[in-house]
Design a protein around this ligand. Structure first.
Ligand code: ATP
Ligand code: MG
Length: 414
C-alpha cells in the first residue's frame, strides 16, 4: 500500500480530472459506495473459484461476528447499492465511481494491495450501442491523457451461460488430454472453472491452448449478432481492435462482450482497463433481471504511463508568496492574501510564517516556485501599499493595496 506524496499528487489530479470531465461529457453520474461490504456479496458476485475470491480478499470479522471484506472491485458494491436504493428497477442508469480497492497480491510495479480504480457501470441497456459508447469514452480518455498511441483494444464475446456450458464440456475434454502439462492451479480449475484456465499466465499451458476448442464456435445466435453489431459500430467510429478469442476476464459475472485495453509499456502488468457485459448479475444478487455493462481502469497504471510519457512540466503549487517583516506586518499579510483569494479566482497565495529576514523569505519564495513576491514592511502597512516583485522578471514596484487585484489579474493574463 502506498502513500501518494505531494510531488506525485498533481499527476493523480490530472488523471482523475480528465476522467471526471470525460465521463461527464457522456452524461454519466457519480456514485460513491462504502469501502467494506458483506463478504458473501463478493463471493456470490465475483465467483468462488476466481483469483480474487480464492486468495486475494482482505476479509475480517467485525465486532458483531459478521464477515466483512475490503472491496476488491467496485461492480458488486455498485449493483448492491443500485438494488438497495431502487435505482435499477425499470430504470436506466449510467454511473461511475473512483476510489481504492484492496487485493492481497504480490506487490510489484503496477500491482499493489491498495490500488485505485475508476469504474463505470451502465444498467438497463442491452444493445451493442452502449458497449460501443463505453469503448469510445475510454478511447477519448486515452487521447486526453496522451497515451492513445500506447494502448490497444482486445475484444471478445463469451456468449450466454448456456453457450459457455456447452463450450466448457469441450474444453474440459481437451484439457484432460493434456493434463500432464497443466500446473496445480489449472488442474484444480479444470473441473471447477475451466474457462479460467484460458487466462493462465503459465507459458507451457498457453502453448497447448493454441489448439484448444474456440469459444467463438459455440456462441449462441443472440451473442453473435450482438458482437457483430459492436464490431460494426467500432469500425464506423474508427476504433481499432483485435478479436482475442482467449480473452475471458478474471471475474465470473461476465457474458457476451468482454474487452481489455492493454499496453506493452508496463511490463507484465499490461492491462490498464477491463470490462464487459454482465446481464445476469443484478438478478443473481436479488434484483429484477437487468442488462448491464461496465469496466474498471487501474489508475496507478495510467499514472505510471502518463509519468513516463509526460513532457509538460508539472505546475508549481504557488503563484504568490507574501513576505513580511516588522511590527503588525504578519497580520496585514494574512489579510492581503485573503483579499487576493477572494478577488482573483484560481490564484494560489502562500504566506511566509517562519520569520527571518527578507533574504531568507525570498529564498523560500523561489523554492516554492512563486512567480510574484508581495512584500509588506511597516512603511507599506501604514501607507496601505505593497511592494510587487516579479521574481522571474526581476523588477519591482510599489503599488496601492487597493490596486492589487487589477494588477494581479493583468499579470496572470499576460
Ligand atoms: P490483472 O490481470 O492485471 O491481475 P485483473 O483482471 O485482476 O488484472 P480487474 O479485476 O479487471 O483486473 O481490474 C481492472 C483493472 O484494475 C486492471 O486492468 C488493472 O489496471 C487494475 N488492477 C487490478 N488489480 C490491480 C492491482 N493489484 N494493482 C493495481 N492495479 C490493479
Ligand atoms: Mg488480478
Amino acid at each position: 500500500m502506498n502513500d501518494c506524496l505531494p510531488t506525485e499528487s498533481p499527476l493523480w489530479q490530472k488523471v482523475e480530472g480528465i476522467i471526471k470531465n470525460v465521463t461527464s461529457a457522456y452524461g454519466y453520474s457519480e456514485i460513491r459506495m462504502p469501502i467494506v461490504e458483506m463478504t458473501h456479496l463478493f463471493s456470490r458476485a465475483i465467483g468462488e473459484v476466481t483469483d480474487v475470491v480464492e486468495k486475494e480478499m482482505y476479509t475480517f470479522e467485525d465486532r458483531n461476528g459478521d464477515s466483512l471484506t475490503l472491496r476488491p472491485e467496485g461492480t458488486a458494491g455498485c449493483v448492491r447499492a443500485g438494488i438497495q436504493n431502487g435505482l435499477l428497477y425499470n430504470q436506466e442508469q449510467r454511473l461511475w465511481y473512483m476510489g481504492p480497492m484492496f487485493r492481497h497480491e504480490r506487490p510489484q510495479k503496477g500491482r499493489y494491495r491498495q490500488f485505485y480504480q475508476c469504474g463505470v457501470e451502465i444498467f438497463g441497456l442491452s444493445g451493442p450501442d452502449i458497449d460501443a459508447d463505453l469503448i469510445l469514452m475510454t478511447a477519448r480518455i486515452w487521447r486526453e491523457l496522451g497515451i492513445d498511441q500506447h494502448v490497444r483494444l482486445e475484444l471478445n464475446s463469451i456468449g450466454s451461460s448456456e453457450a459457455r456450458a456447452e463450450y466448457r464440456t469441450a474444453l474440459v475434454a481437451f484439457l484432460e488430454q493434456h493434463e500432464s502439462v497443466l500446473d496445480e492451479d489449472c488442474k484444480r480449475r479444470m473441473y471447477t472453472n475451466p474457462l479460467r484456465v484460458l487466462d493462465t499466465k503459465n507459458p507451457d499451458v498457453q502453448a497447448i491452448l493454441v489448439n484448444a476448442p474456440a469459444l467463438s464456435d459455440y456462441l449462441d445466435e443472440d451473442s453473435k449478432t450482438h458482437f457483430a453489431g459492436l464490431c460494426e459500430l467500432l469500425d464506423a467510429t474508427g476504433i481499432e481492435y483485435t478479436v482475442n478469442s482467449r480473452l475471458v476476464r478474471g471475474l465470473d459475472y461476465y457474458n457476451k462482450t468482454v474487452f481489455e485495453w492493454v499496453t506493452d509499456s508496463l511490463g507484465s502488468q499490461g492491462t490498464v482497463c477491463g470490462g464487459g457485459r454482465y446481464d445476469g448479475l443484478v438478478e443473481q444478487l436479488g434484483g429484477k433481471a437487468t442488462p448491464a455493462v461496465g469496466f474498471a481502469m487501474g489508475l496507478e497504471r495510467l499514472v505510471l504511463m502518463v509519468k513516463e510519457l509526460e513532457t509538460t512540466v508539472v505546475r508549481n503549487p504557488v503563484d504568490i508568496y507574501v513576505v513580511t517583516a516588522g511590527e503588525g506586518t504578519m497580520l496585514a499579510g494574512v489579510k492581503l492574501a485573503e483579499h487576493i483569494r477572494s478577488s482573483v479566482p484560481g490564484v494560489r497565495v502562500m504566506n511566509h510564517f517562519s520569520g527571518g529576514n527578507f533574504k531568507k523569505q525570498f529564498k523560500r519564495a523561489d523554492k516554492v516556485g512563486a512567480a510574484i513576491a508581495l512584500v509588506l514592511g511597516e512603511n507599506e502597512v501604514s501607507e496601505q501599499t505593497v511592494v510587487f516583485k516579479d521574481l522571474a522578471g526581476g523588477t519591482q514596484e510599489t503599488i496601492n493595496q487597493s490596486d492589487i487585484s487589477d494588477r494581479l489579474t493583468h499579470f496572470f493574463k499576460s
